[in-house]
Ligand binder design. Sequence first.
Ligand code: HEC
Length: 130
Amino acid sequence: MKLAIAGGLAAYLLVIGLAAAPAMSQTGGDPDAGADVFDANCGDCHSLSPRGLNKKGPTLFRVTGRRAGTSPGFAFSAPMRASGIVWTPERISAYLANPRAVVPGGIMKFRGLPRPQDRANVIAYLQHPD
Ligand code: HEC
């Protein structure tokens, strides 16, 4: 009988743990929080407008899934064009953590976003700007 109670408790705790996990996950980004990260860190140089506006940096409209350095009408650096990167959320996160390490010789003059949650949030916003 004692064993059954202990087993039931363990199963209960497991269910609670699984239910709480997504809320605490570092990978799930919040697009609303990401809009603030974007405005504070990216908006001077990048636009997300569907009109494909380039500023100091290339448009980031539909950047996810795109091949690096291929957006028309922007003068990318040679290292970016030669990088062979396809911008998955994981690659964008690595680039934002340390732009110079991922594209050495690239021209994005940005110190990087050290906090994983900021990166997850801004990437969620890039994918869902509305
Ligand atoms: C000071 C201006 C500046 C800031 C700030 C900046 N970027 Fe950039 N970004 C650039 C430039 C310039 C490039 C092109 C780099 C190259 O060609 O080497 C670029 C390239 C990129 C690319 C690759 C685009 C492509 O089509 O290959 C992504 C993704 C990106 N930036 C995301 C961001 C995000 C997200 C932020 C904010 C967290 C940010 N950048 C902040 C200027 C900036």
